[in-house]
Design a protein around this ligand. Structure first.
Ligand code: FEO
Length: 398
């Protein structure tokens, strides 16, 4: 249902309470999401972004009940990923000649995905679109935040930044604003979004925020394309992003492992005890990556100073769940994290060395030679694991 959020702007998006996976099966969305679309009505009428294609028909029906579709003068596409452009085909079927404002890369993405030659108007940073009543939309390109086509739009007068994915969260809620939802849930989802999607682009995040802050523009609201609108102290999320973009870490170590017959699990737990004993101020979390949500685990990696990865040896290698999380961490290119490997084996024992190499490939600093253990740890093995953890804890505390 449309919600008026200012004199000029109405939210016309879709709250997706059911969504549990996003980007295909890649990203878990335990709290659903929303696809935020905005209708701007001054002397001109502008539709800003749409929703994911499965909701095309209900979205356009609700939009047509809110506004005469023929009165829409411009469409703005800040980002062409299908969760925001998915309903365009249905929209443009109704208003085929209406100009679409987007970046040049946005044109390429939309032509590639929809094979339509709509009335594209490519824009660059600083280009403006006057919508009457003394209001302008100012476009700001934001390439690789997180696609090449991404841009943001700033509405003068109303002082609203339409930031698209940046500052968003996969969070379905009845409350449309940051001051109407649970703050812990909100920040958990905002951080998970940053950790899993924006981490590789942290340098660009810092630069873009500095660029925006440097303009010294008034700011009443940040309207992202997922989750709640930042209305109460909107700069708080930009400040959080600035912190997160600087190789963020908390006093935490995460131990990610998978285990066949519990030997590697027991190693993980004794190592954790050793770390805690040497560094009581560190939070230590053990996650069986074969049983844990991958994206939640990545959020824990994001928060950690050090990442320990363990696996049993199988078929002269390591377990497939460990391979998956290593590949995820490689792609996200975390910076300034320490690491170590461990694992149990029965005869050949290749996993630890291979994990160590993979951790190096993730850009982590491997701070200890890996710890291999034959069969189940006995009392001496438990002591070795504990001491291994102590040594890691001491180096992190020091
Ligand atoms: Fe929410 Fe990059 O799409």
């Amino acid at each position: 249902m449309p919600v008026r959020i200012s004199d000029v702007v109405t939210w016309v998006g879709k709250t997706d309470w059911e969504l549990r996976k996003f980007h295909g099966e890649e990203y878990s969305t335990h709290r659903g999401s929303s696809y935020n679309s905005y209708l701007l009505r001054a002397e001109k009428t502008v539709l800003m972004d749409t929703v994911w294609s499965p909701f095309s028909h209900e979205y356009v029906a609700a939009l047509a009940a809110e506004v005469d579709m023929d009165s829409i003068d411009y469409v703005v596409v800040n980002h062409a990923e299908p969760d925001h452009s998915g309903a365009l085909c249905e929209v443009m079927r109704r208003i085929p000649d209406v100009p679409i404002y987007c970046t040049a890369n946005g044109v390429k993405s939309m032509r590639g995905m929809y094979h339509k030659d709509w009335n594209f108007h490519p824009v660059k940073t600083g280009d403006t679109l006057n919508i009457g009543k003394g209001l302008d939309l100012v476009f700001v390109e934001a390439p690789m935040l997180h696609w090449p086509d991404t841009m943001m739009s700033y509405l003068t007068g109303e002082a609203i930044l339409f930031s698209n994915d940046a500052f968003g969260q996969h969070l379905a809620s009845e409350g449309l604003y940051n001051d109407t939802v649970d703050t812990c849930e909100l920040y958990q989802e905002a951080m998970k979004y940053y950790a899993n999607i924006l981490t590789p682009f942290s340098k660009l995040v810092t630069k873009k925020i500095q660029e925006f802050v440097g303009l010294n523009l008034p700011l009443k609201m940040i309207c992202p394309s997922h989750g709640v609108i930042w209305r109460d102290n909107p700069m708080q999320i930009a400040e959080a992003y600035q912190k997160w973009a600087l190789d963020y870490q908390e006093d935490q170590v995460v131990i990610l492992y998978d285990t066949m017959w519990n030997a590697t699990r027991r190693m993980a737990e004794f190592i954790a005890q050793g770390i805690k004993s040497a560094a009581p101020g560190l939070a230590v979390k053990c996650l069986n990556i074969g049983k844990s949500d991958k994206n939640d685990a990545i959020t824990e990696v994001f928060k950690s100073k050090a990442v320990l990865v363990g696996s049993s040896t199988i078929n002269r290698g390591f377990l497939s769940s460990v391979a998956a999380i290593l590949e995820e961490m490689r792609g996200l290119a975390f910076k300034n994290k320490k690491a170590a490997a461990f694992g149990s084996y029965g005869w050949s024992g290749e996993s630890v060395k291979q994990i160590e190499e993979a951790l190096g490939g993730c850009g982590f600093e491997v701070i200890q030679p890996g710890l291999k253990m034959l069969w189940q740890p006995d009392a001496d093995g438990e002591r070795q694991c504990f001491e291994y953890g102590e040594s890691i804890g001491s180096s992190l505390a020091g």
